[in-house]
Design a protein around this ligand. Structure first.
Ligand code: WTA
Length: 654
């Protein structure tokens, strides 16, 4: 874990800055009785059974939890449908005309879908999917920008019991193919393109390339977003326009399929410590109960709130807190297609003002970027509708936390720093804004019923004040059930390290009052701008280039992104180092994985530091990348290598 972050945290602990909930906020809060922690801790299953009453079950469940480590089943015997909960019950009730999705495209076009509208669109899309042969259990891949059709397509899949896999719109053709093939998707929904920073960004062309090697796919539905049908190559017999197919459905109603509580809702791929991403499988009942409950409690959701989670739906935050949690709660959700600096650096604040947003949930990277751009941008807008602010995805440095609270939150909005993961499905460590005294930089306490601990190498609990590995000692309803097609990897990765406990892969420290301070990843997974990237994935992309003999990728601290990728590359004999080679390799990685995985820096070195057993010592490279004097080099096969790498590095750094 990063010593710099550790230093910041230690300094902050001494400073002991804290923010109590105001009396007004406390008085109106959804959760205001501190006894909830004790009650839920004593009887977690009872707590979740109580929460499950907020979900409509088609068939009641008979057992809250069956737990045979590491295999969990929640609300066993129950049947439900996620869309019936996220859409139908609101469309058929008092929220019929309430906006469900308030969407803004990057060019400025807008669309508002009420719950009644969403109901109609989800039914039409579900009917189209069925007509195209998608059946319960079939997998559907979604590769779109942030347009309402993405949420509609997810819900349409959920309605008929076809698990979806959303592939982030920034991934390359090869990444699409890997995911589609791993889950053997039958149909792909994509768009001609999407808008990013004022330009059209093509999507369909990546799908076309990917599908050259995806035998499982027989149909592709294409949303017309950037409106250049002439530029899109529609493959006869395979590709169909989304709008035409949905129109063909007319006003057909597809009854929500009664699905087992453990029916797969979706697969979402995330980076791990090997080159192959893991398809985390989430199921229906527990996931919906977990996301709806946390969304309502952590964001203190009221019926008149306008809620905006800025995450892309391609990541888990978008699944749990743009789509399923908020819609299950009947919230009004804002969705925005583009970047925060288009047409100018005040776009987010213009959105807040225009849509009267009251709850904002974003990432530390974004906050640090806004800080750098300056307070003059938010100052142009009336942000007085905001009443609660959230962050997720990476540790937030206390300075950014305080800026967020003071500049965006008028120094009155509670800031909830929420810790969770693709694997956890729902927020697990978080303040409850009406109860928790906040400390900037700390995610504070485990959500009621969640038993988190900090342990040492042997799995022994570290006393308050100490640091170690974060583990969760009891199952929770929205936990991933397995890795698609690889249950053994699931057990090994998360449950073998500390038997009986979930190993998150994060370092953490608890202060004397038991507050949790997350310290970043302890494995070879990096968190770049809140996006998880495995160093192995980038290394394999690099070595797949003919000019590369060997590559090691490490994360180095970065002011805005949290972490940045630094690649140390050894070239093959005839290849020349230099700026041109740097560009070639960065583009090669973008080609292989996607632009988010492009190394920020590429350094050429004649050799890499290795142990006697030929293991690359990434720690030493990290030290070099962060300008530190190399640490313990006694295990190096050839200690002189390090001095030489350092020399070459300094030369190239200039
Ligand atoms: C990191 C995102 C510190 C952590 C929901 C975790 C955080 C990884 C926080 C999961 C936070 C997420 N404070 N670190 N509040 N939230 N992380 O799967 O390292 O994209 O393991 O899920 O992000 O990233 P993922």
């Amino acid at each position: 874990m990063s010593t710099e972050l550790q230093g910041t945290i230690d300094a902050l602990l001494q400073e002991d800055r804290r923010y109590e909930p105001s009396a007004e906020f406390h008085a109106q809060a959804n959760v205001k009785d501190p006894a909830v922690y004790e009650r839920a801790g004593r009887d977690p299953e009872g707590f979740w059974a109580e929460q499950a009453r907020n979900i409509d079950w088609i068939t009641p469940y008979h057992t809250v939890l069956e737990w045979d480590v590491p295999w969990a089943k929640w609300f066993v015997g129950g049947q439900l449908n996620a869309t019936a909960n996220c859409v139908d019950r609101h469309a058929h009730g008092s929220r019929r005309d309430k906006p469900a999705i308030v969407w803004e495209g990057e060019p400025g076009d807008t669309k508002v879908l009420t719950y009644a509208d969403l109901y109609r669109e989800v039914n039409r899309a579900a009917s189209a999917l069925k007509r195209l042969g998608v059946q319960q259990g079939d997998r559907v891949a979604l590769y779109l920008g942030m347009v309402p059709e993405l949420a509609i397509a997810m819900l349409a899949c959920a309605r008929i019991g076809a698990p979806h896999t959303v592939i982030f719109g920034g991934f390359s053709a090869e990444s699409i193919a890997d995911r589609v093939n791993d889950c053997e998707a039958k149909l792909v929904v994509t768009a001609d393109g999407t808008y990013r920073r004022g330009s059209k960004f093509g999507l369909k062309l990546h799908v076309d390339r990917a599908l050259e090697s995806c035998p499982s796919v027989d149909k592709v539905l294409v949303v017309n977003r950037t409106h250049d049908p002439a530029e899109v190559n529609m493959v006869p017999g395979r590709d169909l326009w989304w709008h035409a197919e949905v129109d063909r459905s007319g006003s057909e109603i597809v009854p929500p399929e009664p699905l087992d509580s453990e029916h797969p809702l979706y697969i979402l791929y995330t980076s791990g410590t090997t080159g192959k991403p893991k398809g985390m499988l989430h199921t229906t009942g527990g996931y919906l109960v977990g996301t709806a409950t946390t969304h309502q409690a952590v964001f203190d959701l009221k019926d008149d709130d306008v809620y905006w989670c800025t995450a892309d739906i391609g990541w888990v935050t978008g699944h749990s807190y743009v789509v399923y949690g908020p819609l299950a709660n009947g919230a009004t959700c804002v969705m925005y297609e583009g970047t925060p600096d288009y047409p100018d650096k005040d776009r987010f604040w213009a959105l807040v003002e225009r849509h009267n947003i009251s709850i904002l949930y974003t990432a530390p990277t974004a906050i640090r970027t806004f800080m750098k751009w300056g307070a003059q941008y938010p100052a142009k807008h009336d942000l007085s509708t905001l009443r609660i602010l959230g962050t997720v995805g990476e540790p937030i440095n206390p300075e950014a936390w305080v800026w967020y609270r003071e500049v965006i939150g008028r120094d009155i909005c509670p800031v909830v720093d929420t810790w969770w993961m693709t694997e956890t499905g729902m927020i697990l460590i978080t303040p409850l804004p009406g109860l928790t005294t906040l400390k900037p930089g700390s995610a504070s306490f485990p959500f009621p019923s969640i038993e988190a601990d900090v342990v040492d190498d042997q799995g022994t609990s570290v006393p308050l004040g100490g640091g170690g590995y974060l583990v969760i000692k009891r199952p929770w309803p929205a936990m991933a059930r397995t890795i698609w097609g690889d249950p053994e990897r699931y057990r090994q990765t998360y449950w073998d390290r500390f038997p009986g406990s979930y190993f998150a892969g994060d370092g953490a420290k608890r202060d004397a009052e038991g507050y949790f301070w997350l310290l970043g990843r302890v494995d070879d997974v990096l968190n770049v701008s809140g996006h998880r990237i495995g160093t192995m994935e980038v290394e394999s992309a690099l070595v797949s280039h003919p000019s590369v003999a060997e590559a090691a990728v490490v994360g180095i601290n970065h002011e805005i992104k949290g972490q940045a990728l630094a690649a140390f590359v050894t070239l093959r004999g005839s290849s020349e180092p230099g700026d041109e080679q740097v560009d070639i390799l960065r583009n090669h990685v973008a080609e292989k994985i996607g632009p988010i995985a492009k190394p920020d820096k590429v350094f050429f070195t004649a050799e890499l530091p290795k142990t006697r057993s030929a293991k690359i010592m990434r720690r030493l490279l990290r030290d070099i990348g962060e300008g530190r004097v190399g640490g313990d080099t006694t295990t190096l096969a050839d200690p002189s290598v390090l001095a030489s790498i350092k020399e070459q590095y300094e030369e190239q750094e200039g």
